[in-house]
Write a protein that binds this ligand. Structure first.
Ligand code: ADP
Ligand code: MG
Length: 451
């Protein structure tokens, strides 16, 4: 089977990709609709997991004629657990059948990820408050911000901050009981406790925490029983003045079917949100990651990568790792020219639609799309319209007259005028340049999430 898969993948993927990542992998037999693919090292594993697992699954599906779950592992010498998380992100079945005791399990989770410390976290305008609050909580838990609720999109550093709180707290106060747990883990522990009739020790365990860090709380959605139990855990800790930190990809009031009482508990302390980083912050992050890997990157390479990965730091990092691996594999110089064909530059691949751009502008400037298409000369409206024309010119291949049409039938000379004006202003006005970048990021983000 695997040789068939390889043959197909060789045709579907570019040669360097195939040679670097796929060829070195092997697979054991198909069992229970599950195929385990072994890679030679963690880097390759992460790589396949991140970028090629779906392609592999599709090819296998095609060959065997039914869907198969793919698990990617490292052949041997794997530091067990270190990359455990990235697999859980995939579709590992719930492990509730595995007999486990709660404490050792927690312990191992707690020791992981020494990369996630404050000194490796780059602070920018997008995460300043979340960072400051996290530091404060690590230094004096149970005081000001209790609970601390970190919220922000995928890959923006929530888990990093939580782990950092944990590490730092234990550094300051080695006896402190700091538990990091994902909501999934909490749920699994709860299920295990119910099955093994050990609720008592489950409760004792969680309620003994000095600092409880609960990640991805949005997964409480629809889990009534877990919510119930978590509510009591939360209350016990909170009443005892213990610190609770929660992370979620959205604010409490946007988690569907979250009990109102939990929602209000979560909103009691501080809700600190993390926004997508701006270009400077993205560049600073790349710079730091490259330094950590002891790799020298020129500014234009950094800017190139940063400009093309806007909404998710995990992807940004992935692009860097990929660039480094590829370039050393091919023996190319580290330059924009050698990178350009390699990084699938997501921003350039998506065609933003005019509707999407109009909507982004309307939302941002708090005007209606009708206004943008109207002939109104009110200052705010014509300003928003000019920005819109400029961005439509940047983000689409539409001709000037077509852009004019999108704005309610304006003449193409109006479009030219607007584009020139904004371009000139942009070059002398940093605030405007920033605004444009933010708008661009939003447009890119939205066009990437729409099919
Ligand atoms: P989330 O939990 O919000 O989905 P993570 O905390 O897992 O995101 O972050 C994704 C990756 O991006 C991690 O490798 C993390 O180290 C990195 N990262 C995120 N924010 C920053 C930052 N401000 N500085 C440095 N690295 C960051
Ligand atoms: Mg996370």
């Amino acid at each position: 089977l695997w040789s068939q898969v390889l043959e197909r993948l060789q045709k579907e993927l570019s040669r360097p990709t195939f040679e670097t990542w796929i060829k070195t992998a092997t697979a054991e037999r198909l069992e229970n609709n599950c195929l385990v693919v072994c890679t030679p090292d963690p880097l390759a594993r992460n790589w396949l997991q991140k970028y090629y697992i779906n392609t592999i699954a599709d090819v296998v599906h095609d060959i065997v004629g039914h869907p198969v779950e793919i698990y990617i592992t490292v052949a041997k010498g794997d530091e067990v657990g270190q990359f455990h998380e990235s697999q859980v992100n995939g579709k590992l079945p719930a492990q509730s059948d595995v007999k486990q005791t709660i404490a050792p399990n927690q312990q191992s989770t707690n020791e992981l990820n020494l990369d996630y410390v404050f000194s490796k976290f780059v602070v920018g305008a997008n995460n300043r408050m979340a960072h400051a609050a996290s530091l404060a909580v690590a230094e004096s838990p149970g005081r000001e911000f209790n609970p601390l609720f970190l919220c922000g999109g995928v890959g923006l550093g929530k888990t990093h901050l939580m782990r950092a709180i944990g590490h730092y707290r234990r550094e300051i106060c080695p006896d402190s009981k700091v538990f990091y747990v994902s909501t999934e883990q909490f749920t699994n522990d709860l299920i295990t406790a119910i099955r093994q009739d050990s609720m008592q020790s489950f409760r004792q365990h969680y309620r003994a925490a000095d600092v409880l860090l609960v990640d991805d709380i949005q997964f409480l959605e629809g889990k009534e029983y877990t919510q119930e139990e978590f509510f009591h855990t939360f209350n016990t800790l909170h009443e005892a003045g213990k610190q609770v930190v929660i992370a979620s990809d959205r604010p409490p009031n946007q988690i569907p079917s979250l009990q109102a009482r939990l929602c209000s508990r979560f909103s009691m302390g501080l809700i600190a949100d993390i926004q997508p980083p701006d270009l400077e912050t993205r560049m600073a992050i790349l710079q730091k990651k490259a330094e950590d890997k002891k790799i020298q990157l020129s500014l234009d390479v950094i800017e190139y990568i940063a400009a093309n990965y806007t909404s998710n730091i995990r992807e940004l990092e992935g692009a860097l790792t990929k660039a480094i691996a590829y370039i050393s594999y091919c023996g190319l110089p580290m330059s924009v020219a050698s990178l350009a064909p390699l990084l699938e530059t997501p921003n350039q691949h998506v065609a933003a639609t005019p509707e999407l751009i109009l909507k982004a502008i309307a939302d941002f400037y708090q005007v209606s799309i009708e206004d943008l298409k109207s002939n109104s000369r009110r200052r705010e409206i014509s300003w928003a319209r000019q920005i819109g024309m400029y961005l439509m010119r940047q983000h689409t291949d539409l001709s000037l007259p077509r852009i004019g049409e999108e704005f309610g039938g304006k003449d193409h000379t109006t479009v030219i005028y607007s584009c020139d004006k904004i371009t000139q202003l942009r070059d002398s006005d940093r605030t405007l340049a920033n605004t444009l970048r933010q708008l661009s990021d939003r447009i890119n983000m939205n066009s990437r999430s729409s099919p």
